[in-house]
Design a protein around this ligand. Sequence first.
Ligand code: NAD
Length: 340
Amino acid sequence: MRAINAAIIGCGAIHICHVEALRHTPGAHLHAIVDTDIIKGQALAATYGCHFYQDYREMLQDQRIEVVHICTPHYLHKTMILDALAAGKTVFSEKPVGMNSLEVADIAEAANRASGILGVCYQNRYNPTSRAIRDVLASNVLGKMLSIKAALTWSRSGGYYTESPWRGRFATEGGSLLINQAIHTLDLMQWFAGGIDSVKGVVDSGPLAGTIETEDSAMATFVLHNGARGLFWATNNHTTDSPLLLEIHCEKGMLQLRDNTLWQIADGERISLTNDNPPTGNGKNYWGIGHQKAIEQFYQAIQHGGDSNYININQAAKSIHIVEAIYRSSQLRRWISINY
Ligand SMILES: NC(=O)c1ccc[n+]([C@@H]2O[C@H](COP(=O)([O-])OP(=O)(O)OC[C@H]3O[C@@H](n4cnc5c(N)ncnc54)[C@H](O)[C@@H]3O)[C@@H](O)[C@H]2O)c1
């Protein structure tokens, strides 16, 4: 197995999940980190025993680096992805890959032309419970899906937004609750149902209204591609980060994700199918447990080829279209069709 040198751009809250995943991924080697904050960046580089760059464009000229991880604020993703692909690098970007469908279209075009591949981090797809839901649905043992209900209730304080001021601003975050936190839930819902055809939704802000210009709460109803109904509610105003609550009602029973355990309820019986064990190391429990798996799969695709095991730009675009459709629906107060 050949060694693959990686660099991480952006050393904020999420970067440690990438550092740890790289440490445990066969063949991967953290070669450099990049951050505009020189004091933090140099200290972290010393801890990790890697190179430090303050300017990502300089890092892109380092021919020893093959893969670039993008862990920066949302408004920087498109430019950094395009620059990295143009420099011949392979890119693994944190979600959201871009802030809206126009940005995503530009990124898709660049990715199609590029020599390197582009993967996007939707780590919750790799949770054992997510895999099991897909398997049960594919087996048709519960019959046709009738509805999916998801409730995401997390806690984000005013300090979370003021300590990283790009958050909570349309120009730099592109929205808040939907595009940053609930995007994982929306991605799972569309993935389980084979897509979302149309949406009617509302976004609003409550306790955080004085701090952010974006939304802290949202609800939406979906017409799912398989004909079923989707019900979605999310807020950043809870006082703790509760695990995602998700229920899939089918003709012959129900799947229920509760406290990170997947239950199948059918024929008067409730059985536990699997659960998501909390991550080891510094990954936060509520982010899901899949960074290690997502990054491992991506490096396998780099080593061995094949794009079935990582989330490419076309897959990643779907949740951006849904987020955008909820924002539009909320503005226009009507159903919005989603054309992927
Ligand atoms: N997958 C998940 O579950 C998950 C969880 C949290 C965050 N994220 C994503 O990770 C990304 C980063 O979020 P965060 O919460 O870590 O942000 P953050 O504000 O904590 O960190 C951002 C870092 O980027 C650095 N930075 C800013 N501009 C830069 C530039 N031009 N060049 C180099 N570095 C620069 C900042 O100095 C900071 O260290 C976002 O896309 C976010 O949505 C994903």
